[in-house]
Design a protein around this ligand. Structure first.
Ligand SMILES: Nc1nc2c(c(CN[C@H]3C=C[C@H](O)[C@@H]3O)cn2[C@@H]2O[C@H](COP(=O)(O)O)[C@@H](O)[C@H]2O)c(=O)[nH]1
Length: 366
């Protein structure tokens, strides 16, 4: 932090301790995601938090994270994640999280599911996306440039089909939706931010919550809002993981510096609920549990899906609170818990450790 930069947190602390109410101080931006998650959880009938399981899981998660020295540094340790800490990596992360959704396949575990061949390996799921982007860059396709996405003469649908070409007979799910997201985002950036996502990030003035709100207000394909019991509820999974990936990749510095990064919640996808259920933190009603075990589809926006997503967000918040209660001053937030759980469930998959299937909702939101 440079000399003239104000440490907002310190300032707020001093004001509070001196009893100074600074009514002019800008109110911290809020995304509303955590409040909506608590509301969903309080009104859920088919998903419930198991408090004993959550307390027990908090202890084991914390000790495993300590054992591994889990931190933002683990983000860059992944073989496929970009390593340079510069604007090209900001562009990479924007594209990655713009289309970071719905990789699951009904052919999973058959070896026939969609996969990307890169550097002699077959990558599936989220890693297939990262591999496809890295492979396109190696092939000198400017795939991370928003100006390329809106140049339909050069960036044709066929070129994008080639970028995401599969090593199996199964294509990447929702390719047309991914192309629509790229075209839409390219237009937005071109119109107001000279084609640069970094210029867009600067609008948020170092606030993670403000950046999430700017993203969902300007890019419809990030606007992950739905209805539950007739009320609007926000999850903003890809907008939040985009901010979190910037923070982790840049280790809280430079383009990843956010004074309110702890306002980011867990990312409501299809993997973490699966892990939380395995850890005994979440319980499902018999109809929901048998539906998921039968690999039954759950349509986007269904009350079951809203409960799975909302309860997962609230559950990770309670895990975080339990860890901080037992270890005051612990350097922990929902992002690190989430990343740790995602990596853990992928480890289990590699080791063939069985757990209940994840729920199957096909959508662009996660
Ligand atoms: N909540 C949460 N969801 C995550 C991730 C990640 C990868 N993050 C990397 C960055 C830092 C971490 O250390 C990870 O290495 C992908 N996903 C989501 O999962 C789904 C893909 O699943 P599968 O088909 O099995 O790969 C899909 O919705 C994707 O958006 C995460 O971290 N948290």
């Amino acid at each position: 932090m440079s000399d003239d930069e104000v440490d907002e947190d310190l300032l707020a602390l001093l004001r509070k301790s001196l009893g100074i109410n600074d009514f002019n101080a800008p109110k911290p931006a809020k995304t509303g995601v955590l409040e909506d998650a608590e509301y969903i959880c309080d009104n859920s009938t088919d998903v419930a938090l198991d408090m004993r399981g959550t307390k027990a899981a908090a202890t084991s998660i914390w000790s495993l994270m300590q054992e591994k020295g889990y931190s933002t540094k683990d983000w860059s340790k992944h073989a496929l994640h970009p390593k340079t800490k510069d604007e090209s990596t900001v562009d990479f992360i924007f594209l990655m999280d713009l289309i970071n959704f719905s990789f699951w396949s009904d052919l999973d575990d058959s070896g026939q599911q969609f996969s990307i061949e890169y550097k002699g390996e077959k990558w599936t799921g989220y890693w297939s996306l990262v591999a496809a982007i890295q492979r396109a860059l190696d092939e000198e396709i400017p795939i991370t440039k928003p100006s390329f996405w809106i140049n339909e003469a050069e960036c044709t649908d066929e070129v994008l089909q080639y970028v995401f070409r599969s090593a199996t007979a199964e294509d990447i799910p929702l390719l047309e939706k991914r192309i629509d997201c790229m075209r839409e985002a390219g237009q937005v950036l071109q119109k107001r931010f000279d084609g640069s996502f970094l210029a867009f990030v600067r609008e948020a003035n170092g606030s993670a919550a403000a950046l999430v709100n700017l993203i969902v207000d300007n890019f419809p394909c990030f606007n992950d809002r739905h209805y539950f019991e007739g009320d609007r509820v926000r999850f903003h999974k890809r907008a939040q993981i985009l901010v979190a990936d910037l923070w982790a990749c840049f280790e809280g510095e430079s383009h990843g510096h956010f004074h309110d990064i702890d306002s980011i919640t867990m990312f409501a996808d299809y993997r973490i609920p699966q892990m939380l259920h395995y850890l005994g933190c979440l319980q499902y009603s018999p109809p929901l549990e048998s539906h998921i075990r039968r690999l039954g589809p759950i349509e986007s926006g269904h009350p079951w899906e809203m409960q799975l997503r909302g309860c997962s967000i609230w559950c990770v918040e309670l895990l975080r609170r339990e860890i901080v209660r037992r270890h005051p001053g612990a350097q922990i937030n929902a992002i690190l818990i989430d990343f740790f759980l995602y990596d853990a469930v992928k480890e289990m998959e590699i080791k063939g450790i069985g757990c209940m299937p994840h729920h199957r909702t096909r959508s662009i939101w996660y």
